[in-house]
Design a protein around this ligand. Structure first.
Ligand code: ATP
Ligand code: ZN
Length: 313
């Protein structure tokens, strides 16, 4: 989370870029994204997907030969989200999955509620899965036990949910994250974070984006969360790559050093037998696509030749 610019009703920012509001209006008018009827959930056009798929390929190419590649589903074991500390620290962002486990009688109750237009969801029970909040959460249970020498590197991509409803086109409840994750020796985890940040910023700038690194913190919940956020900033544990979408500086990637947090929570030991450290470099695919549309225009076929070659050749 970095500081966000307050939106006005202006059409153009001082440097001549359209405001986020104006950019969003053009984006929706073009049909590249369409509203779903609820805040923070967008229907993605073929054009939008053409961009996110090309960005995915670029991220994969960045890690090629160095990472195992996995794709993860949009749901995750509830126990994993608890162990990751997400439920305690980001309580307001969590999304739960509820299912029907009732009897015929409870089914009749649900039908009555549907007919009456009252809350039928009250009849459902929480499942043993939740909505996934970060792609890298799927990696840590896979690494439980003793790691091979040199640790493990995993490239992971998946749909994520965070309950932060907003009408802004940059803040989704359902969005894609593509991450390069390292789990292993403490010194290697920090090196991975720093190298990944530099390589990620380089990749994004070769796509014609004006991107800057900024120290950041995660949006920990509540009063205790403010202390955790301060600690994270003091430890310089999180950096974001920030690029404009309209006139809004937007975090399109982050580079995070989690120290022993996940290693301890998931009982991961290095080859030498100490608690593993981890780091991840996370690209927000939807936001990278928006930054590209904002920088180069809504007509993808008229983007600068160099950018199109990098993405599609
Ligand atoms: P923010 O600062 O915007 O709240 P964050 O610090 O919570 O983001 P991370 O946990 O670092 O984000 O997530 C990695 C990347 O996923 C972010 O850099 C961003 O590009 C993307 N991302 C995070 N939250 C959202 C969201 N609500 N909508 C779209 N993309 C998101
Ligand atoms: Zn991560």
């Amino acid at each position: 989370m970095t500081a966000h610019v307050t939106l006005g009703t202006r059409e153009q920012a001082r440097d001549g870029a359209p405001t986020l509001e104006a950019f969003s209006r053009q984006l929706l008018a073009s049909g590249i994204l369409s509203p779903s009827g609820v805040d923070g959930v967008w229907v993605r056009s073929a054009t939008f997907e053409r961009i996110t798929e090309a960005v995915q390929r670029s991220v994969t190419a960045l890690g090629r030969g160095r990472y195992e590649t996995i794709q993860v589903p949009p749901v995750i074991a509830r126990a994993t989200l608890e162990r990751a500390g997400y439920v305690r620290s980001f309580t307001d962002l969590v999304g739960s999955v509820h299912v029907f486990r009732g009897s015929d009688q409870q089914h009749a109750d649900l039908l009555r509620r549907c007919d009456a237009g009252t809350d039928w969801a009250a009849v459902l029970d929480p499942a043993d899965v939740m909505l996934s909040s970060a792609a890298c959460h799927h990696v840590y249970p896979m690494c439980a036990g003793r790691l091979p020498p040199g640790g493990r590197r995993v490239e992971v991509r998946g749909e994520c949910f965070r309950h932060e409803p907003s009408s802004q086109v940059t803040r989704h409840r359902s969005f894609r994250m593509h991450e390069l994750v390292f789990v292993g020796e403490p010194v290697d985890a920090l090196t991975h974070r720093d190298a990944g940040l530099a390589e990620g910023l380089e990749l994004l700038s070769t796509l014609g984006l004006t991107v800057e690194a900024a120290a950041a913190n995660d949006p920990f919940f509540g009063r205790a969360g403010a202390i955790l956020a301060d600690g994270q900033r003091q430890d310089a544990a999180k950096y974001e790559g920030v690029a404009p979408v309209g006139d809004l500086p937007t975090a399109i990637m982050s580079a995070n050093y989690a120290a022993e947090h996940f290693g301890a929570a998931f009982a991961i030991a290095t080859a030498g037998g100490v608690v593993a450290h981890s780091s991840c470099v996370a690209f927000g695919l939807d936001r990278v696509a928006l930054a590209l549309l904002s920088a180069h225009g809504l007509d993808v076929d008229r983007w600068p030749v160099g950018v199109r070659q990098r993405l599609w050749q």
